[in-house]
Design a protein around this ligand. Structure first.
Ligand SMILES: [Zn+2]
Ligand SMILES: [Zn+2]
Length: 448
């Protein structure tokens, strides 16, 4: 049995950590459990709010909002509400305007009822109004519950705006367990991504001496271990299993605020997701759910890692290569199209592909290759096992299953690393001169 998680031990205080940093999260309370809806009035009152304003859409109102409002009314809490009348809410200027028009004067708390999009809207609205917000979660679909970034569609372009996180995350496991299975599977996919992102972080710590916090890593690992204990019960919508997935997603958000960036939650599997999402949006397609993409990205990342662990590497040949920047720029234009200039600017600043950075990385790896292989083999699950787990929830396990072409599979192995200046296994492959070959091998793997 993994040690049980009590998320509240991490909250509402500054943690003086062995990593030398002080960790703090602005989230004051987390309650993800049976009958949480009954405790909602108590949480609101204890946190000092009197006039909440509920933001829901027609689906989340039916699934959870109505019952939550009834509890508030029974407790004598004077609430207002808006129910967004869309089957699928798009977080654009019109919807933001609709919410702002509806908010009652004197509101002292925004109470979002929903998950991804509703949470993003409430982050923005509350932040712009100088209010706090609580998210009453209806689906364990992604890991952005407590992050400060709000993903919006402004002037038809997907944009992330820094806002604020919630003061509390409340989730009733009976509600969460009734979420559409594709949302639950997406949440599980986002959780599995923590395996590869933690490996990326650890290797960057070893190779580049990047800041690393073992306590934060252990915290995220414990959350994944709990999810793995319940892995066979997610399909049955077992409330304890759903609780484990939801808590893991919330906790990884806490881990991000502890570190001050998304390192503990986002590695190359997230870079794949960003890459595929950008490509889909550029071509007028609707991208898959974030967590669903991350699930597939995790499969790709695991496969790459396991292939690398079996590689006989010619370090001298890797160092002898030249970096043809003009060719690289042409390829970035090919993959990133209208976003290419922004991507090139990231590289201008980080210089991660330059020869000195590369050679330093190669030197370390040459000296420590056995240790790197051992770390990969000991800490990463088998690719096939994670495929089986996602497939058991009818989630896609191949890029084709989420509308990604063979060319995009090859390109993402080589170029998805350019979306962020963050060291991952993709940079290792690049530094060792293996990116193109591994891109081809991934295409073969998924077509076998
Ligand atoms: Zn720490
Ligand atoms: Zn994620």
């Amino acid at each position: 049995m993994a040690k049980a998680l009590d998320l509240n031990t991490y909250l509402d205080k500054e943690i003086d950590c062995s990593c030398g940093h002080k960790h703090y999260s602005s989230v004051k309370r987390i309650d993800i459990d049976k009958e949480a809806v009954k405790r909602l009035p108590k949480h609101i009152e204890e946190l000092g709010y009197k006039k909440p304003f509920i933001v829901a859409d027609i689906n989340t109102w039916k699934a959870a909002g109505e019952a939550a409002a009834a509890e508030l009314a029974a407790a004598g809490i004077d609430y207002g509400k808006v129910i967004l009348d869309y089957e699928e809410v798009v977080p654009n200027e019109q919807v933001i305007g609709e919410i702002l028009v509806a908010v009652r004067p004197g509101t002292d708390l925004i109470l979002g009822v929903g998950s991804g999009t509703l949470n993003d809207l409430c982050k923005l609205i509350s932040f712009r109004m100088g209010l706090d917000y609580i998210i009453y979660a209806t689906a364990p679909s992604m890991d952005g519950f407590v992050s400060i970034g709000s993903a919006l569609m402004l002037q038809h372009v997907k944009t992330t705006v820094d806002c604020q996180g919630p003061v509390a995350v409340i989730g009733d496991t009976d509600v969460l367990a009734q979420a559409p299975m594709r949302l639950i599977a997406a949440g599980l996919g986002d959780t599995l991504g923590k395996y590869t992102c933690l490996m990326d972080w650890k290797l960057s710590h070893l190779i580049n001496d990047e800041y690393y916090c073992k306590e934060v890593v252990d915290m995220v690992r414990t959350a994944i271990a709990t999810v793995m204990e319940y892995r066979d019960k997610v399909r049955e919508r077992d409330p304890e299993a759903i609780k484990a997935v939801t808590e893991a997603l919330v906790l990884t958000g806490i881990a991000m605020s502890f570190v001050g960036n998304s390192r503990p939650a986002s590695g190359c599997e997230h870079h794949f997701s960003h890459f595929w999402e950008m490509r889909a949006l550029m071509h007028g397609q609707t991208p898959e759910l974030h967590g669903t993409q991350v699930g597939v990205g995790t499969i790709v990342a695991l496969k790459l890692y396991h292939m690398l662990a079996e590689e006989k590497i010619d370090f001298a040949a890797a160092k002898a290569r030249v970096f043809d920047k003009n060719e690289w720029i042409a390829n970035i234009h090919h993959c990133y199209e209208i976003a290419a200039d922004g991507i090139i600017a990231v590289e201008e600043k980080s210089k991660k592909n330059d020869i000195p950075a590369r050679d330093q990385c190669i030197d370390y790896m040459e000296k420590n290759w056995d240790k790197i292989v051992k770390t990969i083999e000991e800490e990463l699950p088998a690719t096939e096992d994670m495929e089986k787990l996602l497939a058991s929830l009818d989630a896609p396990v191949t890029p084709a299953g989420i509308g990604v072409s063979d060319e995009e599979v090859r390109d993402c192995v080589i170029y998805a690393k350019e979306v962020r200046p963050r060291f991952t296994v993709l940079q290792i492959l690049w530094d060792l001169g293996l990116s193109e070959e591994y891109g081809d091998r991934m295409v073969k793997y998924f077509n076998a």
